[in-house]
Design a protein around this ligand. Structure first.
Ligand SMILES: C[S@@+](CC[C@H](N)C(=O)[O-])C[C@H]1O[C@@H](n2cnc3c(N)ncnc32)[C@H](O)[C@@H]1O
Length: 244
């Protein structure tokens, strides 16, 4: 490659990185000594480290019948509860907020949970680079950051490109569940998911505490008197697999 083309490719890459929009507010914030210790001692046991190679989930969990991915698990309360309920499903929890990851690791060890792995990388990179097409049975997003200010809305994780990526990674019939207490975000979720030709709507309803225990953000929403909306879509059974 000539020097000019090298320089132009480098500038393009730098431009792409600079243009990357953050979908989360904090990675660190206050962290307790116990959470720090858990990150130092336990992360290596539970982590799927960042690489740009696809994960072979059957190698990580040879006995698992299904593969579920929770995006932005916070402190991991829902992840742990689901993993304990569905022991034949392998769970990958993705979270960049290190105090939350620390808290989740402590509980994973305390409850001797073996069907969960953790990634601390950006979910968009993990899903794009590490997860294969047609391999995920369920994507779960509980209270994605709502970014209520109009000028911050571009930071919302649910957008057409991200959902197209998730749809590609789902097995036919696999589901995407998104829960939020932001009326405006719920409408955006419906607009984006309805617009994706590969998805069929299963349900939009007020979230029920019978299906799962409320997460930390859900408890805050309920205490503030907000309604909590749950939207579920499934990947259509007959469609071509796209590469993205
Ligand atoms: C509002 S919190 C909700 C946490 C939890 N699901 C709950 O309901 O309590 C949203 C979480 O998503 C995480 N998050 C946002 N964007 C992310 C990304 N691109 N990759 C991984 N995690 C992300 C944030 O760090 C934050 O912890």
């Amino acid at each position: 490659m000539s020097d000019t083309r090298n320089a132009s490719a480098a500038a393009h890459e730098t431009g792409k990185r600079q243009a990357r929009i953050k979908t989360f507010a904090r990675r660190e914030s206050r962290i307790t000594p116990a959470q720090q210790k858990a990150l130092a001692e336990l992360l290596g046991l539970y982590q799927i480290p960042w690489t740009n190679k696809k994960i072979d989930i059957s190698e990580v969990f040879p006995k698992a019948k299904k593969f579920a991915v929770e995006i932005g698990f916070g402190d991991g309360s829902a992840l742990l509860e689901q993993a304990m309920r569905n022991t034949e499903t392998a769970y990958l929890g993705i979270e960049v907020f290190r105090p939350g990851v620390g808290k989740c690791l402590i509980q994973l060890q305390r409850n001797n949970i073996t069907n969960v792995r953790i990634s601390t990388a950006d979910a968009r990179d993990v899903i794009s680079e590490q997860i294969s097409s047609a391999s995920v049975h369920e994507f779960i997003m509980l209270f994605p950051d709502p970014w209520p200010k109009m000028r911050h809305r571009k930071r919302r994780l649910v957008n057409p490109e991200f959902i197209a990526l998730c749809v590609d990674r789902l097995v036919p019939g696999g589901t995407i569940t998104i829960v939020t207490d932001s009326v405006d975000y719920a409408q955006q979720v419906i607009d984006v998911l309805e617009d994706n030709d590969g998805l069929e709507s299963l349900a939009h309803h007020l979230a029920s505490s019978e299906r799962r225990a409320p997460t930390r953000y859900e408890k805050k929403a309920i205490a503030a008197g907000h309604s909590v909306f749950e939207m579920q879509y499934a990947k259509s059974v007959h469609q071509p697999v796209l590469n993205c």
